[in-house]
Design a protein around this ligand. Structure first.
Ligand SMILES: N=c1c2ncn([C@@H]3O[C@H](COP(=O)(O)OP(=O)(O)OP(=O)(O)O)[C@@H](O)[C@H]3O)c2ncn1[C@@H]1O[C@H](COP(=O)(O)O)[C@@H](O)[C@H]1O
Length: 102
């Protein structure tokens, strides 16, 4: 299992856990809107680090983004497997060709 899959499984297991002891459970208990807001904040922090060009800080912020993306997806019952299936569907289709076909 990849780290991302392990993390997604941990997040899924946190549904209904005690918000006093789990950050994930705390976020999920606040609802999908709050999870989405948190994801947005973390994405902006990653954008700032990408613009600044600090690799280590961007790496750390990217990890925050991936974690909060998985929490946001879990809040709407979308699994990592769902996202992977969509990515697999797109495999081999250039973004240039896809845009031209719209
Ligand atoms: N990967 C993470 C992870 N990444 C970030 N975070 C938490 O997300 C929170 C972000 O909150 P804040 O926005 O306040 O933090 P911040 O952006 O650094 O702070 P500010 O700059 O905004 O002040 C922090 O408490 C981080 O510790 C995470 N919390 C948990 N995980 C994983 O989820 C698992 C389950 O965690 P629990 O649900 O807490 O058991 C853990 O074992 C980890 O594997």
């Amino acid at each position: 299992m990849t780290t991302l899959h392990t993390l997604a499984a941990t997040i899924a297991a946190r549904k209904g856990a005690d918000p006093e002891t789990s950050w994930t459970a705390k976020l999920l208990s606040k609802g999908p809107e709050k999870c989405a807001e948190k994801f947005g904040e973390e994405a902006v922090e990653a954008i700032i680090e990408a613009v600044k060009g600090d690799r280590a800080r961007l790496t750390a912020e990217a990890a925050d983004v991936l974690y909060h993306l998985l929490v946001m997806l879990a809040a709407r019952d979308v699994t990592l497997a769902d996202v992977e299936a969509e990515l697999a569907r797109r495999e081999g289709t250039s973004g240039i060709a896809e845009k031209a076909a719209r």
